[in-house]
Every structure is written in structure tokens, then in C-alpha cells.
Design a protein around this ligand. Structure first.
Ligand code: SAH
Length: 394
């Protein structure tokens, strides 16, 4: 194992010793050997003690660690990583379940593979690589996927064009790297969804809301439900299955609304209880006084960076204040933030201020997070991004 060696400054090795998978460029004292972006490097402390193996990249996060043990990073390593990730999904009933064939197979740091996302859609694995080191291991990853799934793997689609740093000169393209897909209908806990990984947002579907959608179904019976920022209509389909009296879906994108209508048709013969609107959420909410028993607010990340955090919090506050003000007495609001930079505490405080502005009595029924196929590595708290509150508004 003759990898280039990276020596950390004394005192800058604490986070690695506590298994944090990132090393910032400022922690590096010296690099010995010739190192290119994406190379595997061997990290030691100032006294030459081994700490980790990771992928090197130019930028503020200089090394993404893939092993805290000194071992061979070979085909066997990748196969073990993928099969471990699969085992977790299988053990928790997401894989090999006849009612469910969509799940996140690899959630980056949460599965010990920083820079790699793999979503599984009924036979098609969609890869999204965020680091050059991962990208250079694409063939090993595909081989490990084939090894894990056998004939159950019909295609692998690489969707890394927009996630690999442009300046690296790698020119990543979105393309099939194995097989081709004929099936684009997936089953999530028995609900059918059409997924377009080639053109859809992210890898095509927001798998992370699965358990929260399931909870919504339990609150939908005989109620009128408004799903705002609906995208594929995920929450709407669950509300319909849960026996909602009426379901309205709102998204500013016409494509999303068309997809929502398609998904409703896929699941129900009688679509009369559902209607979808391609309008701006803030505008729609102006005009909903006392109309809905249940409202879902699942907006896109308002803050992608820390420097826009306060604007983002204002946005969440405005949105939630409208919904809390206008929901029917005894109403239930499912409200979410998927901004990584908005902490659980900040989000809850924002909903508190929104509620206080309306003067209504509000109680928290559930505090929601991300599901088991988006596991949070305890040594990498940055992996926690999805927060939700279910509140009861008197
Ligand atoms: N709830 C969805 C995911 C939402 S993604 C699910 O369970 O899958 C966020 C969605 O918000 C996108 O579809 C985007 O088109 C929509 N959106 C963004 N800004 C909006 C706005 N101002 N008004 C309405 N929809 C908006």
C-alpha cells in the first residue's frame, strides 16, 4: 500500500481520532509523494501514527475518509461496503419486500462512503457521486452492485454531471453505465409512483419522506388535506389511501403537477377526490381560510449556505405563519425543512415564532426526522438534514 502520505498538524488530528470523516485543508501539515485529485491517501498524525485512508480533493474539505482501519482498498472493500449497506435496508424491511422496491442504498457518510449516494428504483440504481475519489471508483462500485443484486439489477444510471466539481475537468455526464431501464414505476409501501431519474429533481424521487408520508396517511381519514410543494404528489397519494375526503396538491412547477396527476391515476380509479394546482405556494396560501383540516408544507431547502440562513428562517416563518393562521380549528400541520444548515432547534424556534404571531394554541404531536435508509453517522452530525414537526392547531 504505497499511497501518498498526508501528515496532520499536531492538535489538528482530534476530529479524525473521533471518527469524523472529513479533514479540512487547514489541518494538513505536509503531503509526501505525488498526489492528484481523487487519489487515495494515507493519513497519519504528527508522530507518524496511522489515522485513516481517504480520498484527496482540492478544496476546503481536503480528505474524505473511507477507512479508519489500515486495509487494502480493493474490489473486496467495495463489495463489502455495498453488501453492508444492503443488509441494513433488508434488515429494516425496505429491500426484498414485495410492497417496497424503492430505497436509498447508500447515504454517503451515513454508510461510511462520503461522496456517494445510491438510490434504488425497482431494478435501477441511480448513482450520484459528489467527490472525485468516488467518481474514479465508479467501475468498482458498479461491479459491487452487480455482485450484490445479481439479476435483480437491470440498470445503473450515473447522475453526477452536476455534483462533480466542474473545475476538476472530469466532465462527468449523466448516462446509463450499465443496462437500460424499461421499468420506471416503483412501489413504496404498496403505493405506486412513476419516477423519472433522468429528468427529475435530485435522483428523481424524495425517498427520505417515506415514513412521514406513512404517518400522514394515519391522520387523513375523512379529512380535507392540502399538500403544498407536492412535487410527485407523494404525500397526496398517501392521504388518498388514508381515506381523505379531499386532497389538493400545489406545486409551482407544471411538470410536477402533471406527474402528481399521473401518480394519482396510477393508484386510484376514482380520482374525483383529488385536484392539483400549478401555482406559487405563498399565493395559494393567501386564500385558504378554514378550508383544510391537514396541511403539509415540504418546501425545497430555503438555505443552501450558512450565509443565507437568516433569510431562509424568515421564509420558513412566513410560510408557516400563513398555514397556522388559516388551518381549520383542530387542524394538523405537517411542516418540514430539508436545509442542512437549519438546525432542529432553529426550525422549532421558527415554528414557535410563526405560531405566536397567529395567537393560536399550538401543540407538538410528533418530531420527525429522516428514515433508516438515510442513517446519521453519530460522528458526522452534518448528515442530519431533514426535520419535521406535526403540530395540532386549536
Ligand atoms: N414533498 C415532495 C418534495 C418537495 S420538493 C415529496 O414528498 O416528494 C420541493 C417542490 O417545491 C418542488 O417540486 C418545487 O417545484 C416546488 N416549489 C419550489 N418553490 C415553490 C413555490 N414558491 N411554490 C410552489 N412550489 C414550489
Amino acid at each position: 500500500m504505497n499511497y501518498p502520505k498526508v501528515i496532520l498538524k499536531s492538535g489538528k488530528d482530534q476530529s479524525v481520532k473521533r471518527y469524523h470523516p472529513w479533514i479540512f485543508s487547514g489541518a494538513i501539515k505536509k503531503i509526501i509523494g505525488n498526489v492528484n485529485e481523487g487519489d487515495l491517501v494515507r493519513v497519519t498524525d504528527n508522530k507518524d501514527e496511522f489515522l485513516a485512508l481517504g480520498h484527496y480533493q482540492i478544496g476546503s474539505i481536503a480528505i474524505r475518509i473511507i477507512s479508519f482501519e489500515e486495509k487494502e482498498i480493493d474490489k473486496k472493500f467495495w463489495k463489502e461496503k455495498i453488501s453492508n449497506a444492503y443488509k441494513l435496508r433488508k434488515d429494516f424491511g425496505l429491500a426484498e419486500n414485495e410492497n417496497n422496491n424503492v430505497y436509498r442504498l447508500v447515504y454517503a457518510e451515513g454508510d461510511g462512503l462520503p461522496g456517494l449516494i445510491i438510490d434504488f428504483y425497482n431494478g435501477t440504481a441511480v448513482l450520484q457521486m459528489h467527490s472525485i475519489g468516488m467518481y474514479l471508483n465508479k467501475e468498482n462500485i458498479i461491479e459491487a452492485l452487480k455482485d450484490n443484486y445479481g439479476e435483480k439489477l437491470t440498470a445503473v444510471y450515473d447522475k453526477s454531471e452536476s455534483t462533480i466539481p466542474f473545475k476538476s475537468g472530469i466532465n462527468a455526464k449523466n448516462e446509463y453505465v450499465y443496462g437500460s431501464s424499461i421499468e420506471n414505476i416503483v412501489l413504496e409501501y404498496g403505493n405506486k409512483f412513476k419516477v423519472n431519474w433522468e429528468e427529475g429533481q435530485k435522483t428523481g424521487f424524495f425517498i427520505d419522506q417515506r415514513e412521514n408520508r406513512k404517518l400522514l396517511a394515519e391522520y387523513s381519514k375523512d379529512r380535507s388535506v392540502l399538500n403544498v410543494f407536492g412535487y410527485t404528489g407523494g404525500f397526496s397519494v398517501y392521504a388518498m389511501h388514508g381515506g381523505a375526503r379531499l386532497v389538493h396538491s400545489v406545486d409551482s412547477s407544471k411538470k410536477a403537477i402533471d406527474l402528481t396527476n399521473e401518480n394519482i391515476k396510477l393508484n386510484f380509479e376514482d380520482t374525483g377526490r383529488h385536484e392539483a394546482f400549478a401555482v406559487d405556494a405563498f399565493e395559494f396560501l393567501n386564500d385558504i381560510d378554514n378550508k383544510y383540516d391537514v396541511i403539509i408544507l415540504d418546501p425545497p431547502a430555503f438555505a443552501k449556505h450558512r450565509n443565507v440562513l437568516s433569510n431562509a428562517l424568515q421564509g420558513y416563518k412566513r410560510l408557516n405563519a400563513k398555514a397556522i393562521e388559516k388551518i381549520k380549528p383542530g387542524g394538523i400541520l405537517f411542516t418540514f425543512s430539508c436545509s442542512q444548515v437549519v438546525s432542529k432547534e432553529n426550525f422549532r424556534k421558527t415554528i414557535f415564532v410563526a405560531a405566536a404571531n397567529t395567537g393560536r394554541n399550538v401543540r407538538i404531536l410528533h418530531q420527525l426526522s429522516q428514515p433508516v435508509d438515510h442513517p446519521i453517522n453519530i460522528y458526522h452530525p452534518e448528515g442530519e438534514y431533514l426535520k419535521g414537526l406535526v403540530i395540532y392547531v386549536e
